[in-house]
Design a protein around this ligand. Structure first.
Ligand SMILES: [Zn+2]
Length: 351
């Protein structure tokens, strides 16, 4: 019997006092253009209040936590802080600056905790509508403060119709200007391959979006769309109306964005790479390509993605064909059929 079944009340309370996850890693520190240690903490809060994005199921990690629980969770995670100065990323699977999730008192207490640690840079995530100068000032307790915004795309049509994000590119720009005026930096998340658009259009959209956000952002991070549970996207995927992006597409987008603007730091955390619900190629080359992307993230060195022999596989030709016929197919279902028959083929060959 699971302990939660025996003592449901106790289990719920313990769960509320521990973060969803926390881990150590390396991150590219843009200010010094090198990789340093980072601690990522995903706090459990009441969760995102918007909850309407087609691809997002993160709010299922939410719980009925108190503000005291949130502080306990962070204390718990900070015990794993590295010895040297590091980047601290505090995420909530929602908006750190939404006071329904993190109250202004809690925000200030978190700032005091952060101030005591050996933290070079603090990164928090938020929707743009919650950003104002006062809240940013509260968090300016470290040398570098960064606000991460999930814009997903600079294209208002794609963002509103296909993602249902509920804010405009204009809202993002207004918020980003406030952040920059407060001498903090912006990290912009772009979504590679929202539902309803073809592989090729998805690549073009992130490249175009990157050009439009680079003047506001110190980092552009490509989120490779993955199929989360209990989402609209999951429904589409089950009906075979959606295939997550190819890793080749991620590589292509990263290379192109970097080539067009060498000064921009562009990266992509390949969450769920190689899995059927995550970004994937044929199954054979996925680990190698994922490694290359991770290496590129912390080096920003284009040659990592351009190594001919390592960055090749027979499935690359299938991906090329897919892009080649896009103009004839207008992203129609036939393209999905090609994807899916190839998927079935590669899934079977993996077994
Ligand atoms: Zn392959």
């Amino acid at each position: 019997m699971h302990p939660s079944a025996k003592h449901p009340e106790k289990y719920r309370k313990n769960k509320n006092k521990t973060p969803v996850a926390s881990w150590l890693d390396y991150d590219f520190f843009t200010e010094e253009r090198k990789a340093i240690k980072s601690l990522t903490v995903i706090l459990r809060t009441v969760g995102c209040q918007w909850r309407k994005c087609t691809m997002c199921g993160y709010w299922h990690e939410s719980a009925d936590v108190t503000q005291a629980d949130i502080l306990t969770q962070l204390e718990h995670s900070l015990r794993n802080s590295p010895d040297e100065r590091f980047i601290l990323k505090i995420f909530t699977s929602g908006s750190f600056l939404d006071e329904r999730e993190i109250s202004s008192e809690t925000r200030k207490e978190i700032a005091a905790m952060v101030k005591k640690g050996k933290i070079k840079k603090l990164i928090v995530e938020t929707r743009p509508e919650f950003i104002n100068a006062k809240k940013i000032e509260d968090l300016k307790v470290v040398e570098h403060l960064e606000l991460a915004i999930g814009l997903e795309t600079a294209n208002d049509f794609i963002r509103s119709k296909y993602i249902n994000k509920g804010f405009s590119f204009g809202d993002y720009k207004t918020a980003a200007k406030i952040v920059n005026e407060c001498e903090a930096t912006v990290k912009t998340y772009l979504l590679l391959k929202p539902p309803f658009i073809s592989e090729k259009k998805a690549i073009e959209d992130v490249i175009k979006s990157a050009a439009l956000v680079s003047s506001y952002s110190s980092i552009i991070s490509l989120n490779l769309c993955n199929v989360q549970k209990y989402t609209t996207l999951e429904n589409l995927w089950r009906k075979k109306y959606y295939r997550p992006p190819w890793l080749w597409s991620a590589v292509e987008a990263l290379k192109e964005i970097k080539k067009r603007d060498e000064n921009v730091a562009v990266m992509s955390d390949p969450v769920g790479a190689g899995h059927i619900r995550g970004p994937h190629n044929c199954g054979k080359c996925d680990p190698e390509i994922t490694e290359a992307i991770k290496k590129f993230n912390i080096t920003q060195n284009l040659s990592v993605l351009e190594r001919r022999e390592e960055m090749d596989c027979e499935c690359k030709e299938v991906w090329h064909v897919l892009l080649k016929f896009d103009d004839f197919l207008f992203g129609s279902n036939l393209a999905n059929q090609i994807h899916n028959s190839y998927n079935d083929y590669s899934a079977n060959s993996r077994r």
